[in-house]
Structures are given as C-alpha cells and as structure tokens.
Design a protein around this ligand. Structure first.
Ligand code: ADP
Ligand code: ZN
Length: 620
C-alpha cells in the first residue's frame, strides 16, 4: 500500500468510527469505498444487511463531493435520511412524497454546497427538469441502489431503470456505481451492459447469511403452523408472506384469535391504512405483519426474528430478498417456508394471466425462476449451500448447523412406499369409472373413508381403497400427495381445477418396482436456536427490555423508527459492556460521536439506574 492509500485507509476507518460508530469495516465495504474514492465504476453485490449503504454514504465525507443516489424505495429513503441526519450527516431526499417546501429546501441545501448526499427516485432522476435543475453542481459519484431492477432477468424489473444511463451522460465525470443484493451472473452482466459501466470493479460478497436458520416444512394447517412458530418467541418481530390478499386477512385473523399481535397488509388497503401498519411495525407497537410481497420494500426494522412464507415465493431471488429482512442486526433469526406443490400451479396461472402484458420472453424467465425455487423447496440438501450455489458461490461448510437438513429435523414418513401405493391405487380406482379424475382433497376424503355426500353419490364408498388411510389426518394425506407430484409419481393437471393423473412412475410404485421416500411434516415445533451469540441471561434481558423502552420513547419524540436511534445489536452491546463513561460508551458498536452527544447521557443514566437497582430486590 503506498502512502496515499494508507492515508485514505486511515481516514475511512476514522470517519466510519466518528460518524457511524463502526469500529471496523466489512472487507467488501472497504473495497467498495476505495472504488468510489478512486473514481472507478463499480458493481457491488452484497446480500441484504451486508451494509451496502455505507459504501456510497461514506466517500462524500472524505472527498467533500456530493453523491447522487438513485433508489426506488421511498419509505427506505426517508428512513435513511433520518438516520444520517441523526449522525450529523448532511443529506436530503427528493421524491413524490415530499412537499413543495421540502423539495425547495433540498435544492437550497444543494445550492449552498454543504449537502453530501442526495437521494432521488429513478422516475425523478431521469426527468429533464430535474437534471437541468442540478445545473453546475459537482457530483462526485452516482450510486444506483437495487440495480437488479434494470434487468428483466432479475425478479423486479422496472422500466425507469433503463433510462438511468442518461444520468451518467449528463455527468460524464462522475463515477457510476451499481449496488444490488440479488444478482446471478446473468443479471450481473445485464446490469453492466445496461448501465454502460466502464471497466467496473466487480465486488461480489458472500451471499450466505449465517445468522439465519432456514426450514422448509410441508404445509398442512398453515394458520396453526405459523402460530406455533411465532409463539416460540412471543413479542418479537415477524413477517408472514402470503400469495393472496385473502390469505393475509385469513391468517392475520387466525393469529389474532390466538393472541398474537398481528395485522394484515396488502396493496388493496387504503394507503393511509398501510402507512399506519408500517408505522406501528417500525415503532415496535405491532409484532407481526401478514403481508403480500407489497410489504417489505420500505421496511427496515433490523430486529425481525421470524420470516415465514405461507406459500412458495416466485423465485430464489425473491426468497433471498424476503428472508433477507430477517436478522439484519446480525443476531439469529429463523426463516420457515411452508411448501405445497399446489403453489406451483397457482404461480403458473398468475404468470399466464400476465403473459399478454409482459411477453413470452419474460414468462419463460419466470418459469425458470419458479423451477429453481421448487427444486430448493423439495430438495434435501443443506439450505445454506443450495442458496449460495444458486448465486454462483461455493459453500464449503460441511454442516451449517442452521438449516432443517443439517439439524436433522427432516423426518421421513414410516412405510412411505406402502402409503404411496394406497394413494396411487385410489387414484387408479376412481379413474376406472369412465376415466374420471379428482383433486387431492377428494382423494384424501375417499382414503380416509369419509361418508360425505359426494363420496356416497359417486359410490366411492364401495371401492377397495375406501378408508385405507382411515387413521391419517386429511391434511397429512394431501401433503403426501403433494410430495408424490413433486417426485413425478403423480401428475397434477393444469387449469383452474387441477386433478390427479397417474404417471409411468406411479405404475412402477404400484408394482413394487420402486421405493418411495416421503417427508413427515413436523407436528411439534423443533428445538430452536435463536442466538448464535451468547444468549442473554434473565437479568440482562430485563436491562435490554428497559433500554428498548427508552429507545422507543426517544424515537417517538424524534419522530423516527426506533432502530434509527440504536439497533438491537447496539443495545445488546450496551447491556454486555455496561459503559459508565462517555469514553466507554464509544466502545459500544453503533455509537458514534453524534449519537453519543444526542443519546449518550440518557442511556448512561438508564444503565446506571439499572446497575444500582440490581443490588436490591424488586419491590413488587
Ligand atoms: P443493505 O443496504 O446492504 O441491506 P445496510 O446498509 O442497511 O444493508 O446495513 C445493514 C446494517 O448493518 C445496518 O444496521 C448498518 O448500521 C449495519 N452496518 C453496516 N456497516 C457496518 C459496519 N461496518 N459495522 C457495523 N455495522 C454495520
Ligand atoms: Zn445446512
């Protein structure tokens, strides 16, 4: 390292410490920041929570030149600005939610030259009036957040992104930097091409999120399964993703009945209602949001401990992004996917419905994405490994200790081959009547020996397969049928009312030429490891909860979400280190100079009060 680089190195660490209270930089952050300082274009691929924002926020504090940041997420923009302002960092955002006054104020700050960061939406960034209003202002770097939106191979294509190369043309001397969490090699190439990046530094981080524990369980009774998962950590933040609006309402209702503090969230709600829910969630007054994918883009609560997918996401990219909202504070979090093969057919119908608008090329990309996530859900390889490899990365750990496969939680259905033979024969028997075919729910009814009106009318109570699985729950039989479909031992027809059909594989199983392995859905919740770090003692937990309360109060006074004041990780560090002086407080990770000035005393006082109270028994 030459002298200059060494000095820059020194300054980067110093600024990170002083402004953000970060004691160290993550390796990729350092390289990404150097690219900006050197004026080299870059493509930075880092998983959600990896710390992308620092890569474009920090350099202006060294160069003194403005960075223009383009981000599609208005809610996140405002939170980011609030966080920066609390750190004493001059930043502003211009977006459709700003009043005229706010826009005028942002431009005033811009003209005065002391602004270091300006965030705008892609729509705004590409309008001629905005670009000409920037006039002769010197822009050091242009940062494109969520850069995968530029590629239709990505999962979140936004046409506006295609025009972003105009921004660079307007400021040819600025370096251009693309940041994304989700990029397979194909999307990466597409970003470079579409944005016209010039010999970019490609910096690709590890995708693995070691603090997340992944599980895929057969979906049996979603509301019960979800309630059980959430009840294992009452009062902690969770997000449940559903495919339809109706499902969000049903599941949220079922959870509330069980005493869980939950709300439904989807694009059909009035924007006022949506904002209220977002606000309650980010201020920790709401624990669980049951949502369609409309939720989450703007939500930056870092202490989400559970992300549950009530149905299959449409791609691994989407899964990575949605589960990426768990454990952003680096502490343990759990992601559970409830899988049923019926979701595949649902997605295909949705794709077909929109195919007219998007064209065939996109539809076939969608189907490819869906196949990949189906393989993930039905596979029995380490989940961490499967995800890493999907993003083109090696995973060298033998046993991750943080997925259902490696934890040995996947259990097999006893006598699966015999059970399968019974199911398949039932499908064969009902077909003997003029080749009729039925869906899985009906087949399960016949196997259970149900005397429902439909069964009796069709005379299926006289079949030899009637009641063969009498002792098994219906939802369990349906789940086993699902698995047979995934293994091509049964076929499910396309269309609105899919029916089950035999395949060549079915015949082999019925003739005992082939063994079958089926998974058992877990009935009781498995042992959960929440905390990869040292768990807190009960006493520490009490202090932690007090500090959280204090944080909530301060946040509501300042009108910002609590994590903007301090993250959970910071509060934990405080509980662990118990600082008694301002100097010691700076040792806590996430406490920089500005936050020390703003909140240091209040938290020191609270910690002091806790320590002196600890010597005495609680009066209650
Ligand atoms: P991304 O945009 O990549 O999803 P963020 O930039 O929001 O991630 O950062 C995620 C979290 O990590 C934030 O809470 C941030 O404060 C924290 N963080 C980022 N860089 C560091 C660092 N060098 N040291 C400690 N915490 C960091
Ligand atoms: Zn594993």
């Amino acid at each position: 390292m030459d002298g200059l680089a060494e000095r820059a190195q020194h300054t980067i660490e110093e600024v990170a410490e002083r402004v953000w209270g970060f004691h160290s930089l993550r390796p990729l952050q350092r390289a990404a920041i150097h690219a900006v300082l050197d004026g080299d274009d870059s493509l930075v691929v880092m998983p959600t929570g990896g710390g992308k924002s620092l890569c474009y926020q920090l350099p202006p504090m060294i160069t003194g030149k403005l960075s223009l940041v383009i981000s599609p997420l208005i809610a996140l923009m405002q939170d980011q600005i609030n966080g920066l302002l609390l750190n004493g960092y001059p930043a502003a955002a211009i977006h459709s939610g700003c009043s005229d006054d706010e826009v005028a104020d942002a431009f005033r700050q811009l003209d005065s030259g002391h602004l270091r960061l300006l965030i705008v939406s892609p729509e705004r960034a590409t309008t001629g009036s905005f670009l000409s209003r920037l006039g002769n202002i010197e822009i050091g770097a242009i940062a494109i957040d969520e850069a995968h939106c530029i590629s239709h191979w990505g999962h979140d294509f936004r046409p506006d992104y295609r025009r972003l190369c105009d921004v660079r043309r307007r400021f040819p001397r600025a370096s251009l930097h693309a940041y994304t969490a989700t990029a397979t090699p194909r999307v990466r190439r597409d970003i470079i091409k579409q944005l016209g990046l010039r010999e970019p530094k490609e910096l690709v981080g590890t995708f693995d999120r070691p603090n997340l524990t992944y599980r895929v369980v057969p979906r049996v009774q979603p509301a019960d399964q979800i309630a059980q998962i959430l009840s294992s950590s009452p009062g902690e933040a969770g997000i449940v993703y559903c495919l339809s609006r109706k499902e969000t309402e049903q599941i949220a209702g079922a959870l509330m009945k069980r005493g869980i503090n939950a709300a439904a969230y989807h694009a059909g709600l009035a924007s006022e209602q949506r904002r209220t829910i977002e606000k309650r969630f980010s201020t920790e007054r709401l624990d669980v949001v049951v949502a369609t994918v409309a939720f989450g883009m703007g939500i930056d609560r870092s202490d989400v401990r559970r992300v549950i997918h009530a149905s299959l996401p449409k791609s691994i990219e989407a899964y990575q992004q949605e589960t990426g909202r768990a454990g952003r504070d680096g502490l343990g979090a759990e992601c559970t996917l409830l899988y049923s093969s019926g979701d595949i057919a649902r997605w295909r119908r949705l794709f077909q419905r929109s195919a007219d608008d998007v064209g065939n090329e996109i539809e076939s990309a969608q189907i490819e994405h869906l196949e990949a996530v189906r393989r993930f859900a039905t596979g029995s390889r380490c989940r961490h490994r499967a995800l890493s490899e999907h993003f083109g990365q090696d995973y060298t750990i033998e046993n991750c200790g943080a997925c259902d496969v490696c934890l040995g939680e996947i259990s097999q259905t006893p006598d699966a081959t015999v059970v399968s033979q019974k199911i398949l024969s039932c499908v064969a028997r009902v077909a003997e009547d003029r080749g009729a075919a039925y869906g899985s729910a009906y087949i399960a009814e016949v196997l259970r020996g149900s005397r429902s009106k439909k069964v009796l009318e069709r005379g299926h109570d006289r079949l030899s397969t009637f009641g063969l699985l009498r002792s098994m729950r219906k939802d369990l039989i349906v789940s086993l049928i699902d698995q047979l479909v995934d293994q091509a031992l049964l076929q499910r027809s396309e269309g609105e009312y899919p029916v089950l059909l035999l395949t060549p594989g079915s015949i082999e199983v019925m003739r005992s030429q082939r063994e079958v392995v089926l998974l058992s859905p877990p009935i009781s919740s498995a042992t959960r490891r929440l905390d990869p770090e040292e768990p807190m003692s009960d006493a520490e937990r009490v202090v932690f909860d007090r500090l959280r309360g204090l944080r909530r109060e301060l946040a509501s006074e300042q009108g910002v979400p609590p994590y903007v004041v301090f993250s959970d990780a910071t509060l934990r560090d405080m509980v662990r280190l118990r600082p008694t002086t301002a100097g010691e407080m700076l040792e806590v990770k996430g406490v920089g100079q500005t936050k020390l000035q703003r909140f240091g005393d209040v938290f020191l006082e609270a910690l002091h009060a806790e320590s002196s109270a600890a010597g005495y028994p609680d009066p209650s």
